[in-house]
Design a protein around this ligand. Structure first.
Ligand SMILES: Cc1cc2nc3c(=O)[nH]c(=O)nc-3n(C[C@H](O)[C@H](O)[C@H](O)COP(=O)(O)OP(=O)(O)OC[C@H]3O[C@@H](n4cnc5c(N)ncnc54)[C@H](O)[C@@H]3O)c2cc1C
Length: 423
């Protein structure tokens, strides 16, 4: 293979594209099915252990070819390239099998948070391992008492010499059963106001005292997990950032999460597309043809609407991401693309079911793709909750982007143990 041509600091994007094209064609297998390879991330699809093993294998393959972690620094195993290189790679890899399961949260949320907030040892050990395909991350943020008020977390970590002892529970953790390490937010100081008594830990997921239960949803998916911590020991060296400074880490994590869910993460490798974000119009046209409804005026209008949503979303993502990068928009603007993603995912799912008609709930043998539209419809509200709810996104946009008055908070600056909770 030709040696990379360098223009200044980076390899020229077009020469990178050609090099990637050649490697991809020689090394990556064609995509196996829309649901596992091109269509979806873990939101709404039924992934089993085999799919996770396969994702790790593919990540190792990308690493061996020099195409893993394109936008991560070289000292942690990445390629130190730019979002433009990642975009070129994503274009080239369309139609090939990719480890899409590892994108969110491992590479788009936890990875950048570790890169920005963790210490050098943690980055060398965990970030590099993830890029090599040896570690998978999960987020332990939401709790049964509520996910929107993340700073109100009540999972407790009590210091005992060189360890913290963790007790409590987390819920809605996507893919926890298949993960190695979690970014886990816990309360370490109950006398401090809620934002100032939290600590973020890199928690080994499979260890004594951690019980993981998988949650089966109405669409059959069982990727969500809940975890129960019973005197789990976490070494002090696994604190990310400062002790009691966990909110600073969580804030960066939420920033990356909104970008990822909104479609603006530069760390996403491969095309997620599919029912949730990508270009469903082509899929819908195919579906309409198969069901003999491609001449139906209503169906044609729906397909045009789906196409328009996709185009508007692509432009919105470009504009917001550029605005944040050039500091013309505040970093909280990620909530704009996150909001659009939630609202449009729901509308797309409605359109998909409408076009599929009866096939969406009752598919003929060999036409499993039609049933996916029915399943996406059942799961459509997920896009309004995952990555923070759309209501919270609206709150952030009004307060932190538009500068409107802050929501009243009775617990601000009050010691957390004095805050009234539950009943
Ligand atoms: C697909 C998916 C993947 C997820 N993955 C993970 C994961 O990997 N790890 C993890 O920790 N969590 C994960 N979650 C959980 C997600 O972060 C929470 O569902 C979300 O933060 C909302 O929390 P909640 O469900 O507890 O709802 P609550 O916080 O109880 O909120 C209930 C309702 O009240 C509204 N509400 C609450 N407070 C306000 C307010 N101040 N103003 C206006 N409205 C308000 C909310 O918008 C919502 O409609 C995932 C969720 C989904 C759907």
């Amino acid at each position: 293979m030709a040696a990379p041509t360098m223009a200044g600091e980076f390899e020229d994007v077009e020469s990178f594209r050609l090099r990637a094209r050649e490697w991809i064609a020689a090394n990556l297998p064609p995509a196996r099915s829309s649901s596992t390879d091109e269509g979806e991330d873990m939101m709404g699809s039924d992934f089993d252990d085999e799919a996770w093993i396969r994702a790790r294998e593919l990540q190792k393959l990308l690493y061996s070819g020099g195409f893993a972690g394109l936008c991560y620094p070289k000292q942690y195993g990445g390629q130190g390239l730019t979002p433009a290189h990642q975009k070129a790679f994503n274009d080239e890899v369309a139609g090939y099998e990719m480890p899409l399961l590892l994108n969110t949260p491992t590479f788009t949320i936890c990875g950048p948070t570790i890169l920005e907030m963790a210490n050098e040892n943690q980055k060398q050990e965990h970030l590099a391992a993830a890029i090599r395909g040896e570690e998978v991350f999960v987020q332990f943020l939401s709790e049964p008492s509520g996910g929107s008020d993340l700073a109100g977390a009540i999972t407790r970590a009590t210091r005992d010499g060189d360890v913290f002892v963790l007790n409590g529970s987390k819920i809605w953790s996507s893919g926890a059963y298949a993960a190695d390490y979690a970014l886990c937010l816990a309360r370490t100081d109950w006398d401090a106001p809620k934002h100032r008594g939290l600590t973020m830990f890199l928690l080994k997921v499979h260890q004594p005292g951690v019980e993981i239960r998988r949650i089966k949803q109405v669409n059959g998916n069982n990727e969500f997990c809940e975890e129960f911590f019973d005197d789990v020991e976490v070494p002090v060296e696994n604190v990310v950032g400062e002790i009691n400074g966990g909110w600073a880490v969580a804030s960066r994590q939420l920033f990356h999460e909104r970008n990822a869910v909104g479609g603006g993460s530069p760390y996403e490798s491969g095309n997620r597309g599919g029912l949730r974000r990508g270009a469903p119009a082509a899929t819908l046209i195919d579906l309409a043809r198969r069901t003999g409804r491609d001449r139906d005026r209503h169906v044609r209008e729906l397909i045009a609407e789906a196409h328009a949503i996709t185009k508007v979303q692509q432009h919105l993502i470009d504009r917001v991401v550029t605005g944040m990068r050039t500091e013309n928009l505040p970093p909280t603007s990620g909530s704009i693309i996150r909001l659009f993603s939630g609202e449009s995912a729901s509308r797309r799912a409605e359109i998909g079911l409408d076009v599929a008609g009866l096939q969406g709930v009752f598919s003929a043998p060999g036409h499993t793709g039609d049933r996916e539209n029915g399943e996406a419809f059942i799961f459509r509200q997920a896009g309004s909750l995952g990555g923070g709810s759309t209501e919270m996104a609206r709150n952030i946009i009004s307060e932190r982007v538009l500068g409107m008055p802050r929501e009243v908070a009775a617990d601000r600056d009050v010691a957390f143990n004095q805050v009234r909770r539950g009943r």
